[in-house]
Design a protein around this ligand. Structure first.
Ligand code: ADP
Length: 429
């Protein structure tokens, strides 16, 4: 809403099939609107003459199929127009997926094979535009009235919820160019780390859990089964990262693999798919607009993402600070942790830690600034297989009085007393 002061406004005229690429500055939000014609941001159409406010640091492209005039203020770090984009190839993929959705919808719901819509997985190195392509495919599908499921396996950034999680959510409307993916009731599993190498077994276990849960939901919901899913993955494509991609393709029974910007990965996956006749591997060009983000930027983005979870994008949420006794909260960790000394183990036992063992954590100063997940588990032995309700952030530990202060999205009791700790921390600024 609102208007921007006229002095700093500039107009950009876009020819058909071109885009305006923008990096919003570090401090000031950017105001932008579509003056005439038609345009979209990552697959979501802009309403005419409506000012949108983009938060600092976001990188967007305003694309037009038929031409448009855009107005914006001067809060950009960079902005330029590009007429070479891979958008036509992307929308062609969308058209093929539409065909498969229609076929799935038309077939008998009792035929579980035929009534299954496309299961698309988007793979490629970091900063190849995976999240962006996923978003476009979802928004284009939602615009046609489908409710595809978005699955985000990227624990590094997290477009559905905080980093360190894998999650899924149905997309019922084109994704809002400013707000992103709505946070209503996503299905979330907490991994607790921002790199999969911390605990590969746990990562795979959670991927299995999530896939199984979606399979159950799809079995009872012909509409979402026909719409299918779009799965976004991590940029880790070498070694174990590659193994994890293959694991995800198998586990989610993906039948369309979109490979962005990497010949080697494409040919490797193509070779693997030879033995899987119903898996199509498609190579797509990376957009020249994709912005590389260095490790520091990513780290910062993670912090912003956590802040957004508690405070909202425009500080529109009011998280609640709560105080609990140490004994009220039961904190668990999965795998890792100190290994038992050999002398403490039965003879012949190996002192390797079980990556899937769930162990209670003593509440002490180590919990300060941790982001913990609130599990839906009813018993500790369900923690590994349970999804999570949300997150809390530990702001103070008082050892003397045995009190713990934490930030939660709302006041009142937590949905469960079982909390999961990983290595996810945040320094509120
Ligand atoms: P990946 O998921 O492969 O790491 P992203 O899709 O997140 O990559 O893209 C990296 C960054 O580039 C994001 O900030 C995204 O908004 C931005 N971006 C993607 N495509 C474009 C484009 N055509 N123009 C401008 N920015 C873009």
């Amino acid at each position: 809403g609102g208007s921007a002061s006229a002095s700093s406004i500039k107009q950009v005229k876009l020819e058909r099939e071109s885009e305006l690429r923008i990096e919003v500055g570090n401090e000031t939000p950017l105001k932008l609107r579509l003056l005439n014609g038609s345009a979209e941001i990552f697959g979501s159409e802009l309403a005419p003459e409506t000012w949108l406010t983009f938060p600092p640091r976001v990188k967007i492209a305003v694309f037009t199929w038929y031409g448009a005039t855009i107005e914006m203020d001067d809060a950009t770090e960079t902005d330029y127009t590009a007429d070479e984009t891979p958008m036509v190839s992307y929308v062609n993929v969308h058209a093929v997926l539409e065909g498969r959705r229609n076929r799935a919808k038309a077939s008998s719901p009792n035929d579980s094979e035929e009534s299954q819509g496309p299961r698309v997985i988007v793979v490629g190195p970091t900063d190849s535009g995976k999240s962006t392509l996923s978003r476009m495919l979802l928004s284009w599908a939602a615009k046609q009235g489908w409710k595809p499921t978005f699955v985000d396996l990227d624990i590094g950034q997290g477009s559905i919820t905080v980093p360190g999680c894998i999650a899924a959510t149905p997309i019922e409307l084109p994704i809002d160019p400013v707000e992103g993916i709505p946070l209503e009731m996503p299905l979330v599993y907490f991994y607790g780390h921002t790199t999969p190498s911390n605990n590969v077994d746990l990562y795979k276990t959670l991927v299995n859990e999530l896939a199984q849960m979606l399979e159950t939901q799809f079995a009872r919901n012909a509409e979402s089964r026909a719409a299918g899913m779009v799965i976004n993955t991590m940029g880790w494509i070498e070694g174990t990262g590659y193994e994890l991609l293959l694991h995800a393709i198998d586990t989610f029974k993906a039948n369309v693999v979109l490979v962005l910007g990497q010949e080697k990965l494409f040919s490797m996956l193509k070779a693997v798919a030879k033995s899987k006749p119903n898996v199509d591997v498609v190579k797509l060009q990376k957009s020249g607009g994709v912005v590389s983000r260095n490790a520091k930027f990513r780290q910062k983005a993670r912090g912003h993402r956590i802040r957004e979870y508690f405070y909202g994008l425009g500080n529109d949420l009011s998280p609640h600070s709560n105080i609990a006794n140490f004994s009220d909260l039961l904190v668990y960790r999965i795998g890792g942790g100190p290994q038992a000394p050999r002398s403490a183990l039965p003879i012949g036992a190996d002192p390797v830690s079980n990556p899937l063992r769930v162990t209670p954590v003593n509440v002490d100063r180590d919990l300060l600034h941790m982001v913990l997940a609130v599990s839906y588990a009813k018993e500790p032995d369900q923690i590994l297989s349970s999804n999570v309700a949300g997150f809390i952030y530990i702001t103070d530990i008082d050892i003397q009085r045995k009190k713990i202060t934490y930030l939660a999205p709302s006041a009142g009791e937590l949905p469960s007393k079982y909390l999961i700790m990983g290595t996810l921390t945040w320094l509120e600024t």
